[in-house]
Ligand binder design. Structure first.
Ligand code: ADP
Ligand code: ZN
Length: 604
């Protein structure tokens, strides 16, 4: 091992308390600590923070971390202080005196890490400050914000190329959890990191179990899911609209779940206080729009639910990735139905975007629909989207309960002819009524009971037909025309199916079954606790809540669940035994060691 490598490992073990590096961490840290530039792509929970925090400690001077999230800087700084790293931030929430004090520390190098937002960094005052200071490195977090095509574009990020021009000798590391090939190239180009070494990790999150169910009564299904599989856990529920966020939070709260709401239309103080409770308390369900979540480091989010279809796989993957950062089992659950498809298509059609951009949006949505309707492993499909090959995972719904597929050519032909016979002028509900031979006023009014297709699909339920329509849309045989009352229209591809030249494989509609609590996936057995250990773990959690409150920091900043679980198993009788537990570094040992050992002594 190189000298730098050995020093890095020493810092990992003594400061952060972890026994070994994960994945590419060791290589990245050695490269940056030696002065190289890096572009790091790692999934959420992969351990990006250490990739700049350890070089910050190994190099002389102050590391500047560019982060778009002012609201989270305090927590990031507190978490570093807990392990004994000297950190601070510069942002608009500070008084002038505080700013002056921190600027002085930066100038003299009496601090290891300073966080700044990009707009702050671009001010003359800040650039001048850094000119005069011993800067050890620049870390650009959430680097995908530089991409105009991405979902979190921040115009200030584009100007960060100035760092290369102004501080050519200072190494830079850009990090992100989302980037397809195109975005990656865009990041490298805009940040002038073309010559940087790229470190691309696998995007797999093996501890996350993916499940996508047919939506019948979304809220009720959500409630069942939470109460049967994740009672008492922290989780996030994503909804499309602000109104739905509020209604869903209210509904969950009425049913005894500690649910809070978060969306950009809320009053700032309430929004901030809900976010802070979610981070600090142990068992809150946050119902939110996608405005919530970027940069939320909470490691013990046990589930992420979607009550509405996300616009793209990138978005879905990033949102679901907020679950299980600590590596313990977590769920990604989504309920989706025909209405979602119709709505998302309408949003694209009605958006102000130009045609080429609409085509991009549309193909992203198609990929998302493909994931929902896939007959094979969800994870394979996801990883394939990010250009990674994989085999079936054994930890998603299609692996655990393989969907039944059938030759759906005949029912799809019936659907396509019905759409044709009603002149492509009616929405799904009416077309299904025609197929099922329903007795509705509209059918009489338009004499649709006289059509040859009337009643040819009476052998299937409405729910089944909805599933078929949805898949026909996902397969590109049918489109929805929003200019005209959401009427269904045939595409060019429909012709071959109608003529019998092409067969269609469909997913069998399955009545939603009541969820059972599932066993932890393979490989997590060592984390299962016995009854007595569970009791110790619960006591430790109580101790953690009290301690975190006393220090004014989130609970996970004191110790993460994985660390408390290991303590409950090891039952350390001395400081030395506690030192061996993953997540216990020297500073935390000094701060909390005696209390923990005493607590274990009382319980044993
Ligand atoms: P990211 O920023 O990539 O989403 P984080 O840096 O927040 O991920 O790390 C995710 C979790 O993994 C954190 O709880 C962190 O403490 C933990 N972690 C990171 N590296 C290691 C390691 N080498 N050993 C053990 N735990 C680690
Ligand atoms: Zn799978």
């Amino acid at each position: 091992m190189s000298d730098i490598g050995a020093r890095a490992l020493h810092v990992l073990q003594t400061v952060f308390g972890y026994p070994a590096f994960r994945g590419q961490q060791a290589d990245i840290i050695e490269h940056v600590a030696s002065g190289g530039d890096a572009l790091v792509l790692m999934p959420t929970g992969g351990g990006k923070s250490l990739c700049y925090q350890i070089p910050a400690l190994l190099r002389d001077g102050v590391a500047v971390v560019v982060s778009p999230l002012i609201a989270l800087m305090q927590d990031q700084v507190d978490a570093l202080a807990e392990v004994g790293v000297r950190a601070a931030f510069l942002n608009s929430t500070q008084t002038f005196e505080e700013t002056l004090r921190i600027e002085r520390q930066v100038r003299t190098g009496d601090i290891d890490v300073v966080y700044v937002a990009p707009e702050r960094l671009m001010t003359q005052r800040c650039l001048d400050l850094f000119d005069d200071s011993p800067i050890s490195l620049f870390a650009i977090d959430e680097a995908h914000c530089v991409s105009q095509w991405g979902h979190d574009f921040r115009p200030e990020y584009i100007r960060l190329s100035i760092l290369h021009e102004r501080f050519p000798q200072v190494p830079r590391i850009a990090l992100t959890a989302t980037a397809d090939q195109l975005t990656r190239a865009e990041i490298a180009q805009r940040l002038q990191l073309e010559d940087a070494r790229q470190f691309v990790s696998s995007f797999d999150r093996p501890n996350i179990r993916y499940q996508i169910v047919e939506k019948t009564n979304g809220r009720k299904q959500l409630l069942d899911f939470i109460t049967t599989e994740h009672a008492g856990d922290s989780g996030i529920v994503y909804c499309l609209s602000r109104k739905k966020v509020e209604e869903t939070a209210e509904f969950l709260a009425e049913h005894g779940i500690k649910a809070l709401a978060y969306h950009a239309g809320m009053e700032y103080t309430l929004r901030a206080s809900n976010q802070s409770r979610f981070l600090r308390e142990d068992n809150i369900v946050m119902v939110a729009t996608i405005a919530f979540g970027m940069g939320i480091d909470k490691p013990d989010v046990r589930f992420v639910c979607h009550l509405d279809l996300p616009k793209s796989i990138e978005g879905y993957y990033q949102e679901t990735g907020r679950g299980g950062r600590d590596g313990l089992p977590a769920s990604a659950w989504m309920a989706y139905g025909l209405q979602d498809v119709v709505l998302q298509r309408r949003m694209i059609d009605e958006s102000e975007a130009d045609d080429s951009f609409k085509r991009v949006l549309s193909s992203k949505l198609d990929a998302m629909l493909g994931l929902c309707e896939t007959l094979s492993c969800r994870r394979m499909r996801l990883l394939d989207y990010f250009g990674e090959a994989a085999g079936p995972c054994g930890n998603c719904d299609t692996c655990l309960m393989p969907p039944v597929s059938f030759d759906g050519t005949v029912p799809v032909q019936k659907l396509l002819s019905a759409i044709y016979r009603v002149d492509q002028r009616f929405a799904a509900g009416h077309v299904i009524d025609v197929l099922r031979g329903a007795d509705s006023e509209r059918i009489g009014q338009w004499h649709h009971d006289k059509l040859s297709v009337f009643g040819v699909g009476s052998d299937r339920s409405e729910q089944e037909w909805r599933a078929i329509v949805r898949q026909a849309i996902a397969l590109g045989l049918v489109t929805v025309d929003h200019e005209q009352y959401s009427s269904l229209k045939l595409t060019e591809a429909a012709r071959a199916v109608l003529k019998g030249e092409k067969k269609v494989q469909l997913r069998q509609y399955q009545k939603p079954v009541k969820q059972k609590r599932q066993a932890a996936p393979k490989g997590y057995a060592e984390l299962e606790l016995s009854g007595a250990e569970q009791a110790i773990f619960d006591k430790l959690r109580w101790w953690r809540v009290e301690t975190a409150r006393a220090h004014g920091v989130p609970a996970y900043v004191v110790f993460q669940d994985a660390t408390l679980r290991e303590i409950a198993k090891v039952k350390p009788g001395s400081l030395d035994e506690l030192r061996g537990v993953s997540g216990v570094g020297e500073k935390k040992l000094a701060s909390y060691g005696d209390e923990i050992v005493a607590l274990i002594g009382e319980l044993a």
